[in-house]
Design a protein around this ligand. Structure first.
Ligand code: PBG
Length: 323
């Protein structure tokens, strides 16, 4: 193809031509909407670094999930903020846990939307790390035990899918076995397979009050320069029984999303994380970019890279534009 025979501008000259040759489309089916649930009643506490997002008590959470459902969003993912945290993440499990109660309430009130539970201990530990500590090191295998029990308690509360996000070795296998042993073999696992030790989680940690009290997560989350290692991580999760694989964050890791799409058959999720959201909000707030266009361009880029679904705080705003 050469100029002047081929002139790409011919098919770009108006919106109808552009619509006809558009290669990627975003639909409301693509979105998973993350929500933060906290204890108490009538709480709707704004998260400063994530405008439009709140820590919600269960009563408000139910309303928010209904509005997502009304927009056609197929799924929410819930993060819990317990009343008290301790060394061993006791608040993560048990019927009285914040997430278990939230799942139950949401499934009762809004049965026709999927409820996914984030499965990690960092929201429940006093030290803010994603597992059980042995000194200053996260004890991998001791953590697996607690993750298995937590997964079962979430499934028992009615979770439609669990999403282990702690980057412990063997976590997908441990969760799969625990679920199967308790009769939850029908509950799928969305595995945070290639999750990087990213600064873009900053706003989320304010929201979930889960900033590590010492050190960082680099000893369990992935090193940003690595791509081959991401493929090895995903291979492990696939072999351990993941139903959906995930790359996280999304925008700085579009190359990883593309590779994962090409190398694996499973449905692929990408997490458009809190920092990616906050940057667009902040720049828009200063009048430096057009928020709506930046949001849609970011989301379509994640889809174009190969994601089949996107976890995003923009889910409702984007859904309103699409439907
Ligand atoms: C829990 C978890 C985190 C996020 C999702 N699950 C935080 C972290 O790993 O520190 C981040 C999501 C976001 O930034 O939007 N481990």
């Amino acid at each position: 193809m050469h100029y002047p025979e081929y002139r790409p501008r011919r098919l770009r000259q108006n919106e109808n031509f552009r619509r006809m040759i558009r290669e990627t489309t975003l639909t409301v089916n693509d979105f998973i909407y993350p929500l933060f649930v906290t204890f108490g009643k009538n709480v709707k506490k704004p998260i400063a670094s994530m405008p439009g997002n709140f820590q919600l008590s269960i009563d408000h959470l139910v309303k928010e999930v209904k509005s997502a459902r009304d927009l056609g969003i197929p799924a929410v993912i819930l993060f819990g903020i317990p009343e008290t945290k301790d060394e061993v993440a006791s608040g993560a499990l048990g019927d009285k846990g914040i997430i278990q109660q939230a799942v139950k309430a949401v499934k009762d009130a809004v049965p026709d939307i999927l409820v996914i539970t984030d499965l990690c201990l960092c929201e429940y530990t006093s030290h803010g790390h994603c597992g059980i500590l042995d000194g200053h090191v996260v004890d991998n295998d001791a953590t697996l035990q607690v993750l298995g029990e937590t997964a079962v308690s979430q499934a028992k509360a009615g979770a439609d899918m669990v999403a282990p996000s702690g980057m412990m070795d063997g976590q997908v296998l441990a969760v799969r076995e625990a679920l199967d042993e308790s009769g939850y073999e029908h509950v799928p696992i969305m595995a945070y397979s290639a999750k990087y030790a990213s600064c873009f989680y900053g706003p989320f940690r304010d929201a979930a009050e889960s900033t590590p009290q010492f050190g960082d997560r680099k000893a369990y989350q992935m090193d940003p320069p690595n791509s081959d290692e991401a493929m090895r991580e995903i291979t492990l999760d696939v072999e351990e029984g993941a139903d959906i694989i995930m790359v996280k964050p999304a925008l700085p890791y579009l190359d990883i999303i593309r590779r994962a799409k090409e190398e694996f058959d499973l449905p692929l999720a990408a997490y458009n994380v809190s920092g990616e959201f906050a940057m667009i909000k902040a720049a828009a707030n200063l009048g430096w970019i057009d928020e709506t266009r930046a949001m849609m361009e970011a989301l379509i880029s994640i889809k174009r890279a190969g994601a089949d679904m996107i976890l995003t705080y923009f889910a409702k705003d984007a859904a309103k534009l699409i439907v």
